[in-house]
Design a protein around this ligand. Structure first.
Ligand SMILES: [Zn+2]
Length: 80
């Protein structure tokens, strides 16, 4: 089974939580996206037992370059 296909990432939703929250979604700036990717790859290397963000890290790591993600400001602040 292809896990990557089975997992439905919705890029219209917050890239970090994929939840509907009553919070405005922000478009990723180039700078913000770079920070997010660096943070994800650092967490990935550290192999933290980071259950809360495991899927987020996977999602960011496998994200296509042409995707312009959105996120909640609060999610971004706690993840980066
Ligand atoms: Zn969020």
């Amino acid at each position: 089974m292809d896990l990557k296909r089975a997992r439905e990432d919705d890029y219209e939703r917050c890239i970090i939580c994929q939840d509907d929250k009553h919070e405005k979604l922000l478009n990723a700036s180039e700078q913000g996206l770079t920070t997010l990717k660096e943070s994800a790859s650092m967490r990935h290397k550290l192999r933290e037992r980071d259950v809360k963000y495991r899927l987020t890290i996977e999602r960011i790591a496998t994200m296509q370059d042409d995707i312009a993600p959105v996120w909640h400001k609060s999610c971004y602040s706690s993840f980066k």
